[in-house]
Design a protein around this ligand. Structure first.
Ligand SMILES: Nc1ncnc2c1ncn2[C@@H]1O[C@H](COP(=O)(O)OP(=O)(O)O)[C@@H](O)[C@H]1O
Ligand SMILES: O=P(O)(O)OC[C@H]1O[C@](O)(COP(=O)(O)O)[C@@H](O)[C@@H]1O
Length: 324
């Protein structure tokens, strides 16, 4: 293997730059030529390849976003689009690819490998932490810390004014961010897509909590099956029927996906990046490099996509117990 390429795809997650840096420097360390592909699969189709040197990735380990840009590609969803991408890789004599992204990216990578046999290894880059085959995904720790900082500030206002606050955090299909913010931020309740949200029970608990607490904080994952934080707040407000209480909603939004990665994310990203290149050199493919129980492991894309990583039962129990 002489030439490999790396790209970021789907969204962006803090730590992607640290991962790119590790891929580039590990490749150079082993004497490989390394190319960066801009704008994910779209860039592959359009031939957006650029040779990278060690100094191409200087001073980025601490930066959020991705220097390779990120994109979602409709064209790659078609056989014709993937054929164009393959032709571009052939033209540039690329023999292996590192894909940094989430489960959508890995789904595309798996299809691509099955059709054209180009060796491809993934690194888990998503703030949602919803990928099987790694205890944590790159960006999750930073997103939780960003959301937690905001929640701490919101708590000050909630306490000062005796308010009930609903804070919406990211997580289209997953409650990992909500659960960790809920535990770390001392939330009274956390609503997540993985479990049924029982509003009747919540209203009952809020009524009884009124005796001991003057303010409450509820964290809602954006993908909760009951609806948005705004919608849930209106429903709870209607049922609680407490004219003296003020209800407020804060949606944290994309601030959770930006910012400098935490130490944990930088280290995880660097380990996964190095492991992806090691894996390609060792002849691995169609899999993701992740970290489980402290060790790097390679998990087939099929499992990363097909298997779910359930929320920890004891985390959910913790929230219930600590909120009394
Ligand atoms: N079934 C598929 N076939 C081919 N490409 C796919 C498929 N699913 C996803 N992709 C590609 O992966 C890209 C990123 O997926 P997306 O779900 O948007 O992000 P993420 O990787 O963060 O989950 C898509 O824009 C598309 O180009
Ligand atoms: O507005 P966008 O860019 O589609 O992103 C929103 C989505 O991004 C996510 O945070 C996931 O993003 P990443 O996979 O890139 O980390 C989801 O929880 C959220 O629904």
């Amino acid at each position: 293997m002489k030439k490999i390429a790396v790209f970021t795809s789907g969204g962006d997650a803090p730590g992607m730059n640290a991962c790119i840096r590790a891929v580039v420097r590990t490749s150079i360390f082993y004497g490989l030529e390394i190319y960066g592909i801009s704008y994910g699969f779209d860039g592959m189709i359009k031939g957006g390849f650029k040779r990278m040197q060690s100094n191409s990735v200087s001073n980025i380990v601490q930066r959020g976003g991705t220097i390779l840009k990120s994109a979602r590609s409709e064209e790659f969803m078609t056989k014709e689009g993937r054929q164009k991408a393959y032709d571009q890789l052939k033209e540039h004599e690329i023999e292996g690819v590192v894909a940094i992204g989430g489960d959508g990216t890995f789904t595309g990578a798996k299809v691509f490998f099955e059709e054209f046999g180009i060796p491809i290894i993934g690194c888990p880059g998503t703030i949602d932490n919803d990928i099987y085959g790694t205890d944590y995904t790159i960006g999750f720790d930073t997103a939780v810390n960003t959301a937690l900082e905001a929640i701490d500030k919101i708590r000050d206002t909630a306490a000062a004014h005796d308010r009930i606050f609903f804070v919406e955090v990211m997580g289209r299909d997953s409650g990992y961010i909500a659960v960790e913010c809920g535990i770390g931020g001392g939330a009274e309740f956390v609503f997540v897509p993985e479990t049924e949200t029982d509003l009747k029970k919540v209203v009952k608990s809020l009524k009884s909590l009124r005796k001991s607490k003057s303010s409450s904080l509820i964290v809602v994952a954006e993908g909760d099956e009951e609806g948005t934080a705004e919608y849930i707040m209106e429903k709870v407000k209607g049922k609680l029927n407490d004219a003296d209480k003020e209800f407020k909603v804060t949606t944290l939004g994309h601030i959770q996906r930006g910012g400098n990665p935490t130490a944990r994310d930088r280290v995880l990203a660097s380990r996964c990046g190095m492991a992806a290149v090691d894996g390609l050199i060792a002849g691995k493919s169609n899999c993701m490099a992740g970290v489980v129980n402290g060790d790097v492991i390679y998990t087939p894309f099929e499992d990363c996509i097909g298997k779910t990583k359930p929320l920890k039962e004891d985390h959910l129990k913790l929230i219930e117990i600590l909120s009394i």
